[in-house]
Design a protein around this ligand. Structure first.
Ligand code: ZN
Ligand code: ZN
Length: 180
């Protein structure tokens, strides 16, 4: 079943849905008084069109405008629910177009998002490379500082030794002066 066949079918169905009294078509957004209603004999009218007939014939038996079958009381008319296929079809087309368009937008968005992600990854990668380089140079610097620190500690020990020697020499000199 092609959608084209559907359109043709609903278009021809629409053409035949006329009120048997006023000969105008039934509209999807009509007020309740213009609802399509069916009589027990099966003929279809606007509710207000057929109710006018029923109410105007209060003194005799009201008859169907088409086949002259007796009409029921207004509350016994059968309300019809017509599927307005053409407008439904149009709506489906609009939805499909909208979906296709927004899907297209989503594709574009996805491509843009992917490009954006790739850029971010590139930035992160170069940041990572920079960080690795920075880390290596910091490690080098740190080991240099550690070496300097060790050297300074050694120098401090040497100086302490020198100081102890000097103190010893001073004591010896003092003893020699006292002995003299
Ligand atoms: Zn009518
Ligand atoms: Zn009839």
């Amino acid at each position: 079943m092609s959608s084209e066949g559907n359109t043709e079918y609903s278009a021809s169905a629409m053409l035949h849905l006329f009120c048997c009294i006023c000969n105008s078509i039934f509209l999807p957004d009509a007020p309740p008084e213009a609802d399509p209603v069916a009589t027990p004999c099966g003929h279809v009218y606007h509710r207000d069109c057929i109710e006018r007939v029923i109410q105007s014939d209060v003194h005799s038996q009201p008859q169907c405008h088409v086949c002259a079958a007796p009409l029921p009381a207004a509350e016994e008319l059968l309300k019809l629910f017509i599927a307005f296929e053409e407008s439904d079809y149009d709506k489906k087309i609009k939805d499909a177009v909208h979906e296709a368009t927004s899907y297209g937008d989503r594709s574009l968005d996805a491509a843009a998002a992917e490009a954006e992600c790739r850029d971010k990854i590139r930035v992160l990668q170069s940041e990572q490379e920079y960080n690795v380089t920075m880390l290596a140079s910091l490690e080098t610097e740190w080991s240099a500082i550690e070496k300097m620190n060790l050297a300074a500690q050694q120098r401090m020990k040497d100086l302490e030794g020198d100081l102890a020697d000097a103190e010893r020499q001073i004591k010896e000199l003092e003893e020699q002066m006292r002995a003299a």
